[in-house]
Design a protein. Structure first.
Length: 334
């Protein structure tokens, strides 16, 4: 296989035995055949690691890497280090992909000359539900090459998602260990930096290429932990500084995205019965939100939910906390 056209599909695996075979089978059925599949067993304890070995025996394009648990970022980075292809795709092990997913994204890069192609978002579905995807190239619209600053704007305003998994990358822009180990929200921390390295991105407006499973125990839906607040603050600070330095005219968009991630995490901290550490996290997050609330409120390009949250933030911390508590109970504003 020529490495110039070989696509390395990296699948981080951690305690997903119930979903892994469906994910693996969807990759094996790709119409684009010139792929290698890298299953990275990130210290699974539910038998997923053993299942990786069984699945690998059924398709000789598959390599299994067993490692100690280090988190999603560490698993992706480990897979990237052993990848043989010059093109890289990441697929989460509880999701699955259309049989033309790789072909569509590879053709998009080939036809536009871009080093990265993407779909705006996966097609979300609740665990246990079916999620039909496109089966051929016919329903898929041609890719459009967008300048990187335009892509950054779309991501910051959350019209184009930051998920690393619904993209195809030339290997070079990824560099070495692009995902930050030890932080949550690793895609938000890394994808904008990768996009900054290229001139343009080929966007394919078809969500029915990637099935994105909504699990009740996903990181976003788990109870609050200190690492969530710490990650949100570190990432928001770095993102805002980088975007303002690289694209000064996107400072309002950066404020909107930073407000959004900190607002989401702030809302997860219970109103009562929390530790001193959690109280400090809430103070730090509030200070961040206070910095961005007025610019977001005045930004008519910001999402309505962010402007609504910014309005309540401008009313003071107590009212904003009640607003967040109500949203958390109702399941809104995720």
């Amino acid at each position: 296989m020529a490495n110039s056209n070989l696509v390395s599909v990296i699948v981080p695996v951690y305690n997903v035995k119930s979903y892994l075979r469906e994910c693996f089978d969807s990759i094996c059925r790709q119409s684009y055949r010139n792929i290698e599949i890298i299953l990275v067993d990130d210290g699974s304890t539910d038998g997923s690691g053993e299942l990786c070995d069984v699945l690998a025996a059924s398709d000789d394009r598959t390599t299994v890497l067993h490692k100690e648990n280090g988190g999603l970022s560490d698993a992706r980075n480990a897979g990237l280090r052993i990848a043989q292809g010059d093109w890289i795709s990441f697929v989460d092990s509880d999701d699955y992909i259309s049989p033309v997913f790789i072909e569509v994204l590879f053709n998009a890069c080939r036809d536009t000359g871009c080093q990265i192609s993407a779909v705006p978002f996966g097609k979300p579905f609740n665990d246990g539900d079916a999620c039909p995807l496109v089966e051929s190239l016919d329903p898929v619209a041609p890719a459009k090459a967008l300048p990187s600053p335009d892509v950054q704007r779309l991501m910051l305003y959350q019209t184009l998602d930051t998920g690393a998994q619904w993209r195809l990358y030339a290997k070079a822009p990824l560099g070495i260990d692009p995902f930050p180990k030890g932080l949550y929200y690793e895609d938000l921390a890394s994808v904008y930096k990768i996009i900054h390295k290229v001139d343009s991105v080929a966007v394919v407006d078809c969500r029915e290429l990637y099935a994105y499973r909504m699990r009740s125990n996903s990181i976003i839906r788990q109870e609050y932990r200190h690492i969530k607040g710490e990650s949100a603050l570190i990432i928001a600070d770095r993102l805002y500084q980088d975007i303002c330095n690289w694209y000064p005219d996107l400072s309002k968009a950066a404020a909107s995205r930073c407000f959004s991630v900190c607002r989401m995490v702030y809302a997860q901290i219970p109103m009562a019965g929390v530790s001193e550490s959690d109280l400090k996290d809430r103070d730090d997050l509030w200070n961040n939100l206070s910095t961005f609330r007025l610019p977001v409120l005045k930004d008519f390009e910001a999402r309505k939910r962010e402007r609504l949250a910014a309005f309540f933030a401008c009313c003071g911390r107590r009212i904003f906390s009640v607003f967040c508590s109500a949203c958390r109970l109702s399941g809104l504003m995720q």
